[in-house]
Design a protein around this ligand. Structure first.
Ligand code: 13P
Length: 283
């Protein structure tokens, strides 16, 4: 069933687990995410980025997610990932997104607050919760390109101020996480996470979770993370499975045969993440 992310993330926040937020770009990824959520009886967010909207069109992805959400009996939210502008947020609301991120984190603090507040006012008017980000999460996001050196971690006191000033619902933190695969093993700053969690009373979000070892994910959940974003590992499963299938079946031209194994491989990735996030059986 289709829900907003508010009830999902507050239940996770209160009960010490995290809800997975998985990026989709197409029908096959959407199937994989929803099948995994259903199989594991887990609440789930399906995320759509500005890049995914550019690729698939504004209406197509939320339409298939909403339809699939009707067909499963676990709660599903449709989330705008890294919303880059007020305009795109409004368009997303119009086509049925039930959860919004407005990412103005590369702007100076006051502008970040102003951008977020504008979106919060509109989204809350129609009952849709908002995620915002403070600090800079490194990596190769589609519209945020920062070098590792530039990537700044979230300051706990500034997080408190940001939550108060911004009036939003969930806070994305930078604690050593980065988008894409990591060079070497990432080291999340758990002391920083503890300080933020102790001071801030909204659900916390971990971006860039692909490639973070399971033991650090488990620890991040124990230390207060309530939403965890995964994109790259799903893409990797998709690409490697299609590549392998085509290498073994060079004459195959049926897209269903080529893409079917990739759906299974992506579903396995999502099911594993759901297990380590602690959200299996929570729906
Ligand atoms: P990864 O691609 O590193 O999994 O990050 C996904 C993400 O944080 C989307 O917002």
């Amino acid at each position: 069933m289709l829900v907003t992310s508010k009830e999902l993330l507050w239940d996770a926040h209160k009960n010490g687990y995290a809800v997975g937020a998985f990026n989709t770009n197409n029908l096959e990824i959407t199937h994989a995410i929803l099948r995994a959520a259903q199989a594991k009886r887990a609440p789930v967010l399906v995320q759509i980025s500005a890049g995914a909207i550019r690729y698939a069109g504004l209406e197509f992805l939320p339409m298939i997610v909403a339809k699939e959400a009707q067909l499963v009996d676990v709660p599903v939210a449709i989330h705008l990932d890294h919303g880059p502008s007020f305009e795109l947020v409004m368009q997303a609301l119009r086509v049925g997104f039930t959860s919004i991120m407005r990412d103005a984190s590369k702007l100076p603090y006051e502008q970040n607050v102003a951008e977020v507040r504008k979106v919060v006012e509109a989204c809350h008017a129609v009952g849709v919760p908002v995620e915002a980000e403070i600090g800079r999460i490194g990596g190769a996001e589609e519209h945020v390109v920062v070098t590792d050196r530039e990537a700044l971690m979230s300051d706990p006191d500034e997080c408190v101020q940001f939550v108060n000033d911004g009036g939003f619902d969930f806070l994305a933190v930078a604690i050593g996480n980065a988008h894409g695969f990591y060079k070497g093993e990432p080291k999340l700053d758990f002391d920083r996470l503890d300080a933020i969690h102790a001071k801030v009373n909204v659900p916390l979000v971990l971006h860039g979770a692909s490639g973070i070892p399971d033991y650090q994910i488990t620890k991040a959940v124990q230390h207060g993370i309530s939403k965890i974003n995964i994109d790259t590992e799903i893409r990797y499963a998709f690409a490697t499975t299609v590549r392998k299938y085509l290498a073994e079946h060079p004459d195959q031209i049926d897209p269903r045969k080529i893409l079917g194994p990739a759906i299974d491989a992506m579903q396995a990735v999502v099911e594993h993440k759901i297990e380590i996030f602690g959200s299996a059986g929570k729906a």
